[in-house]
Design a protein around this ligand. Sequence first.
Ligand SMILES: [Zn+2]
Length: 98
Amino acid sequence: MELTLRQTLARMLAHGQHSALDLARALLLTPREVEDHLTHLARSQRGRLRVEPARCRNCGHVFRDRRRLDAPGRCPRCRQEMVDGPWFSLALDSGVRK
Ligand SMILES: [Zn+2]
């Protein structure tokens, strides 16, 4: 049976952590489309979407208070465009089964 794009995305995230950029490449989507799918997934999965905040490779700044799910373009602290992440994963069955 063929999986929908969103099911494929959920399955990838259930198996490990992926950055928005990884997901865009793997699923042949634009960063904007990935953000839309992640926003929808965050709502439909009720808090099971785990977000590891983006980080600046240059100065180590962590984007903790960021609400949006796309990748930040530029670091507000050092102004470099060397931002990694954010990374996403999906926690399944609230830890009852592994
Ligand atoms: Zn920085």
